[in-house]
Ligand binder design. Structure first.
Ligand code: PEP
Ligand code: MG
Length: 312
């Protein structure tokens, strides 16, 4: 416990003038838990639960899920853990959750869409999360991947709350969700922008194709504009809007995201130190100015160059 406290000595993330930007870790499995828990963070911003479901012929049962989630919640007692419900499909096909015969799985029944096909999978997972959260000491939030419509966000939030879990959110990974983030925000408690998928869908560029890296660059002004729209619309409805995709791990991009109105950044534990230092070196006004420069650029390389130049 003393080690934990010492590791968190730097306190919450903030800009030079004290504007808070929560710094959280991404967690993709129990093997990553020791490093994630020891990191100087306010909790987990993206707990990817797929690790429990991959490489199996059927879904894990409720008890097995409860045990795994409890390990995570206990390790983060006193901190927040944002659990993302199963994100099956596209680059994560699962024989028991997704159809093998889709022509375009990235555009198919994936993420939250699988819950309409098989409501039992989501129900079991939410029951396990609720049971594991109970008495763990962690502040457990739950969010859905691949939300496209406000109705989906509202239905998901209803299901989450029916399990006694008080905070339900939607990921923003589809351009339609970013453009209509206000309606999404009204339908749930928080938003979290997944820039990996948002870039893929905004640029019609397969995120697994290295040859399309330029289009998938998180500095693309069009992507940043979608992030800014989500942040602004979330703020208008009093909802926090975080970023949990790869964009959040880039220290130079952190002030830009803060300037766009993003309220938390979630990244691999090893990246948080630099992200924290970068935020702490700039005021919120600096961040807004940098965001304006990035948005005004014609492409990712120019956006990065403009921000670098402004920082001297
Ligand atoms: C994302 O799409 O940005 C995201 C955080 O989710 P994943 O990378 O797991 O699809
Ligand atoms: Mg995603």
């Amino acid at each position: 416990r003393r080690r934990e406290r010492a590791a968190r000595a730097a306190g919450p993330g903030r800009t030079a003038d004290g504007h808070p930007v929560k710094l959280l870790v991404n967690l993709g499995g129990l093997g990553e838990l020791p490093d994630a828990a020891a990191a100087d963070s306010e909790g987990v911003g993206l707990f990817r639960t797929e690790f429990l479901f991959l490489d199996r012929t059927e879904a894990p049962g409720r008890e097995e899920q409860t045990a795994a989630y409890r390990e995570v919640f206990t390790a983060f007692a006193g901190r927040r853990v944002v659990v993302r419900t199963l994100d099956a499909g596209a680059d994560k096909p699962l024989p028991f959750a997704t159809a093998a015969d889709e022509q375009n799985p990235a555009l198919g029944v994936r993420g939250l869409r699988t819950a309409a096909r098989d409501p039992h999978l989501l129900e079991t997972q939410l029951a396990a999360v609720a049971e594991a959260a109970d008495g763990s000491g962690a502040e457990v939030w739950v969010m859905a991947p691949m939300v496209s419509l406000p109705r989906e966000a509202a239905e998901f939030a209803g299901r989450v709350r029916a399990h006694g879990l008080p905070v339900a959110g939607s990921m923003v990974e589809v351009p339609a969700a970013a453009l209509r983030a206000g309606a999404l925000a009204r339908a749930c408690d928080f938003l979290s922008v997944g820039t990996n998928d948002l870039a893929q869908y905004a640029f019609a560029a397969d995120r697994t194709l290295g040859s399309l890296a330029e289009l998938l660059d998180p500095w693309q002004p069009a992507l940043l504009e979608l992030v800014g729209t989500a942040a602004r619309e979330g703020a208008r409805h009093g909802r926090p809007v975080g970023v949990c995709g790869e964009a959040a791990a880039d220290p130079l991009l952190a002030p830009v995201l803060a300037g766009l109105g993003v309220t938390s950044l979630s990244a691999a534990p090893g990246r948080l130190g630099e992200v924290r230092a970068s935020l702490a070196a700039r005021t919120l006004d600096d961040c807004r100015r940098l965001a304006g420069l990035a948005l005004g650029a014609p492409d990712a390389a120019s956006a990065r160059a403009a921000v670098l130049e402004a920082l001297g």
